[in-house]
Write a protein that binds this ligand. Structure first.
Ligand code: ADP
Ligand code: MG
Length: 275
């Protein structure tokens, strides 16, 4: 491990230590296996300026995300989840601090490199699906492959395959307007996985879905990503996420309140209000 990594490791363990459950700790057991970081945020601050108004959306976030884990970023509306999501996903840059994706400093990339990173390494899933309405389900899924210069025949084969895997292979020729919300989100998941990314970022993926559909979608996302070894980072205030994530980051007013392992929140799941 490099010196820089070792240093920022310390930054992460401070925050890990807050929950008393992760971190390198004296026992040093199983945890060491997970010390392969796919994303690291160091002292990330974000200030939005609109005229006279300055909003401190993130006030200094340190966060290490392990390869292959399923992380939920939980917090009330306005707490900074989407802002953090945008930083981690290379969609926006911090006002202060650094974000590393697969050990690459996002701020150091030019626009071409950033586009490459977004296209190949990251799959995005949004609350409102963001499918292109004039394209079929299959075309929506193959589009990112086209951007990644995948051969059209191969893109088509892979597109069919992944649509089957999300359970809507038979709808490949349908346009989004003829699909339910759940079906559209399945297409969006297929699109996010199209280029076999290292990370899938999902911002409130179940917010527009009913409870049962939302739960099905999350279970499917979890299973697919586990199978493919993809890291999932999901910003949400949907407590169903608690049942399946590996870790939860609780964020409030632009700061991380605590980080918990899934097994440590068992008791709380049934007692959180609003579910
Ligand atoms: P969440 O996703 O948890 O609801 P956001 O990250 O969207 O929270 O927002 C955090 C804070 O930053 C809020 O006060 C919000 O109004 C503000 N904010 C978010 N995006 C912008 C923006 N583009 N311009 C100005 N303020 C913003
Ligand atoms: Mg949001």
């Amino acid at each position: 491990m490099s010196e820089t990594q070792a240093k920022s490791n310390d930054a992460g363990s401070t925050q890990d230590g807050a929950d008393g459950s992760s971190g390198s700790d004296a026992s040093g057991k199983a945890k060491d296996v997970r010390r392969d970081y796919v994303v690291r945020a160091l002292g990330v601050k974000k200030v939005y300026e609109m005229g006279e108004v300055r909003t401190h959306a993130l006030r200094g976030v340190d966060l290490d995300i392990f390869r292959g884990e399923y992380m939920a970023i939980m917090g009330p509306s306005g707490s900074g989840k989407s802002t953090l999501f945008n930083m981690i996903g290379g969609l926006d840059k911090p006002t202060e601090g650094m974000v590393f994706i697969d050990e690459v400093d996002v701020a150091a990339l030019d626009s071409y490199e950033l586009a490459w990173l977004r296209c190949r390494k990251i799959g995005y899933i949004f609350q409102s699906y963001n499918l292109l309405p004039t394209l079929t389900a299959l075309e929506n899924v193959t589009m990112p492959m086209t951007f990644a210069n995948v051969d059209p025949d191969e893109a088509r084969d892979r597109g069919f395959d992944i649509l089957q895997r999300v359970g809507i292979g038979h709808r490949w020729s349908h346009r989004p307007g003829r699909m339910s919300g759940g079906q559209q989100q399945r297409v969006a998941i297929a699109r996010a996985l199209a280029n076999q990314p290292a990370i899938v970022l999902a911002d409130e993926p179940t917010a527009n879905l009913d409870l049962k559909t939302g739960a099905d979608i999350i279970a499917m996302l979890k299973a697919l990503c586990a199978e493919m070894g993809v890291t999932v980072i999901s910003a949400t205030h949907d407590h169903k996420m608690l049942n399946i994530c590996d870790r939860v980051v609780w964020i409030r007013d632009g700061r991380i309140e605590r980080v918990e392992m899934r097994e440590d929140i068992d008791i709380e799941v049934g007692t959180i209000s609003g579910e």
